[in-house]
Design a binder for this molecule. Sequence first.
Ligand SMILES: [Fe+2]
Ligand SMILES: [Fe+2]
Length: 257
Amino acid sequence: MDDRPKAASGSAETLPMAEPDPSGERIVVKSALASLGTPEHFTKYDSIVPTSQLGDRKVMMGDDPALPKMSAAPNLFEFFEKRLHPHTVNHMLQSAHLALTSGVDEKGVLACLLHDIAVAGLISGDHGYWGAQLIEPYVDEEVAWAVRYHQALRFFPDPSVGYDYPQVYIDLFGEDYRPEPYIYAAYDYARNHKWYGRARMITVNDLYSFAPNSTVKLDDFTDIIGRHFRQPKEGLGFDNSPTAHMWRTMIWPRNFL
Ligand SMILES: [Fe+2]
Ligand SMILES: [Fe+2]
């Protein structure tokens, strides 16, 4: 039985979806990241070439009828509700809750709340780096730094804070798995950095089961987000920040271009 605390995140089934395209279903051509390693990678343009044959059928651009419609100026809460995967949202909420109840300061709680945001809504591989970059314009430097390096630190125990190599990694990767050399290098760098404790703190709170039957809601962190996440008034994706395009890609993940 799954006795993990339940997050009160939005379900895609209850959210308003984008309007269906009256001209018929849009043709979705997967991004390289989604098609690499599959036979589809080499055939995905077959359905649109030559383009002169398309007629009224068009490729996916703009609001995707398969996804909840985003507002014109979405904030972080809206991404949590409409784009981030509920399982990972639940995990991040639990992590932030554990940090909060353990006495971690507000910036640390925010780091826990966002630490796997790339897994939840963008790209899993190298998720610490993608996640850090995504949030960098909107959080304190050390919060983004901690998100970046928690990925490497997860592979390395630190008995001084009671952090062991995760059993879940043995389950997922096998007993014999060893990270790539760049992860060792990142660990060595982070281990000697003044903010090591920040990233290590994320790993200490990076757990899935700690408080059965408790409910953790994003609303519980409204004040902390308000104080430490610089929400742009134009909306995430439209503020011309260096990572606005990454938020737009989450809004329109299946756009042709
Ligand atoms: Fe992570
Ligand atoms: Fe995590």
